[in-house]
Ligand binder design. Structure first.
Ligand SMILES: [Zn+2]
Ligand SMILES: [Zn+2]
Ligand SMILES: [Zn+2]
Length: 138
């Protein structure tokens, strides 16, 4: 069963504010990773600093993870496994050069045994190419 926003925020230790709820629910329905600019555009009436701080809070609390594609940082919701200061987003990201969309690819996950000798704080695995959607529309 899908968790409510209140439940998700409680498990990640995030205080509820209207703006946080709005941004979270917007990111929840997004199928692609969103840049700060895209989030700002969507909430154009909101204060940019508030939006920025909200994303930083989400990042710190393990609610969203950051993906760097070309030169843009994008954000996507994490799974339940992530917690405060402990991101476990070990999956591949795919950047489409045509539609510029970045998506999480949970079917490709870095094996966990890598961490027996290392401390990994952040994982960035990025593949670039043309996505299914763009390939099929050619
Ligand atoms: Zn995460
Ligand atoms: Zn594409
Ligand atoms: Zn991801």
């Amino acid at each position: 069963m899908k968790k409510s926003t209140e439940e998700v925020f409680a498990t990640k230790n995030i205080r509820l504010t209207t703006m946080r709820i709005l941004i979270y629910e917007y990111m929840e329905v997004a199928t692609v990773a969103l840049s700060l600019l895209e989030i700002e555009k969507y909430f154009h009436k909101a204060d940019k600093v508030t939006i920025y701080r909200t994303i930083q809070t989400f990042l710190e609390r393990g609610l969203v993870h950051k993906i760097l594609d070309e030169n843009v940082a994008k954000y996507k919701l994490c799974g339940d496994v992530c917690s405060e200061d402990n991101h476990k987003d070990r999956h591949l990201h795919f950047y489409c050069k045509k539609c510029k969309e970045t998506t999480c690819r949970d079917e490709v996950i870095l094996p966990e045994n890598m961490e027996s000798q290392l401390q990994i704080d952040e994982i960035q695995i990025l593949a670039k190419g043309i996505c299914e959607k763009c390939l099929n529309s050619e």
